[in-house]
Design a protein around this ligand. Structure first.
Ligand code: GLY
Length: 393
């Protein structure tokens, strides 16, 4: 017993230190990101499409049409790099990419407008104050609000299809910030109202008692009631798909910051507990692609979920205190260090120019398995920025 205690006293500071993020690590990662993204720019075979992923086996660079839900992450990532490095070459590419995706402001084909237009134009507006970006954000908020269905008190995520009648997915929480910001910018007050109504409906219908979330709730538009609760990208209808849990944590943390509704803070804390206390969270704190994924023969990690969770925990640390806050910041630091290690971070000129390896898009659809994904890079850099802004000693 005494020996155990002695080991704890001797090694505990070393464990803490190993999980800390210092200024050098942050600076090195942004300097690397600048070089790597300028390399990536040369790999993209179709500049009117946005970088998405890369297949190391075939050497194929995957760039997608601008209406793909991820089109805002490339310009958004470039803005985060520009913010830290001041690189004019990066800024020029960020502005070029914004011009390419600008038509999305009128897109109403799905709910992903926040991802597409706020990660991109929102960051551009924050950093430059360029008033030309504002109407684009307001138009995107208007387009998103056309998908609000008053019968179900929610924004419809995807259109009716062979599998779902009126699906609302947990990811949709991430599109609400743009609606609230658009109202704050002088846009219609209805944008904010819709965001809050949607967030409250999701609170009611998407969660299980342990704070894990279903991926999809399919609604009946006649009765306004959920028809069934299911998954699209997770291991099972009843499982906890890791990126879904990440979106839920990030969503309610951001919503609390924007509204100060204590119900959102309670939810974010509950979700953080579910993730951080989960027996299947690996030692390096980067989740498997689903918390309930069968571990045999192999469960892939999802670096994107790790990056989103790290960034969200750092914001949650801003709304909590004492040991609770310390835990969020320490675990986020651990995730950042894991992602920045050779296990996850690519070398210069590798990985199609993406920063992180080992993400999973949609395993049950046999799509994007153990690959780089643009949004993993985006939230990784956001987490580094947040750590620098809020916690660097
Ligand atoms: N919003 C889709 C995903 O997280 O894969």
């Amino acid at each position: 017993m005494k020996i155990k205690f002695l080991c704890f006293v001797l090694f505990f500071p070393a464990i803490l230190h190993a999980q800390e993020v210092d200024g050098r690590l942050i600076e090195e990662n942004f300097a690397f990101a600048e070089k790597q993204y300028l390399f990536m720019k040369e790999q993209n075979p179709a500049p009117d499409r946005m970088p998405q992923s890369y297949d190391a086996k075939t050497g194929k660079f995957d760039a997608r049409d601008i209406t793909w839900w991820c089109s805002g992450f490339y310009p958004g990532t470039l803005w985060y790099i520009y913010e830290q490095t001041g690189s004019e070459a990066i800024r020029k590419e960020a502005e070029r990419a914004l011009a390419v995706i600008e038509p999305n402001q009128h897109f109403t084909g799905n709910h992903d407008l926040g991802f597409m237009m706020y990660c991109s134009f929102g960051n551009a507006y924050r950093l430059t104050g360029n008033e030309a970006y504002k109407p684009v954000i307001l138009n995107a908020a208007r387009s998103l609000s056309t998908r609000y269905r008053p019968q179900i008190y929610s924004i419809q995520s995807w259109n009716k299809n062979d599998y779902f009648n009126c699906p609302v997915i947990i990811d949709n929480l991430m599109n609400l910030e743009m609606l609230i910001r658009a109202t704050q910018m002088g846009g219609d007050s209805r944008f904010r109202e819709i965001a809050v109504i949607h967030a409250n409906t999701t609170l009611k219908n998407h969660f299980r008692p342990d704070y894990s979330s279903y991926h999809v709730v399919d609604y009946n538009l006649e009765t306004g009631q959920p028809l069934r609760k299911a998954t699209w990208q997770g291991a099972a209808n009843t499982s906890a798909w890791s990126r879904g849990q990440a979106w839920a944590l990030y969503g309610y943390t951001t919503l609390y910051g924007l509204t100060r509704d204590p119900a959102y803070l309670k939810q974010a804390r509950g979700i953080a507990g579910f993730i951080l206390d989960h027996p299947n969270l690996p030692g390096d704190k980067i989740p498997y692609w689903d918390f309930d994924a069968p571990l045999q023969p192999k469960a892939y990690r999802d670096a994107s979920a790790g990056a989103i969770i790290a960034s969200a925990l750092l914001e949650l640390g801003q709304y909590t205190s004492g040991a609770e806050k310390d835990r969020y910041v320490r675990d986020a630091g651990h995730m950042i260090r894991s992602l920045a290690s050779d296990t996850y971070r690519a070398k210069y000129g590798e990985n199609g120019g993406f920063l992180l390896k080992h993400s999973v898009g949609a395993l049950p659809l046999n799509s994007e398995i153990d690959v780089p994904l643009i949004y993993a890079d985006y939230y990784f850099l956001e987490a580094l920025k947040r750590y620098k802004d809020w916690y660097l000693r």
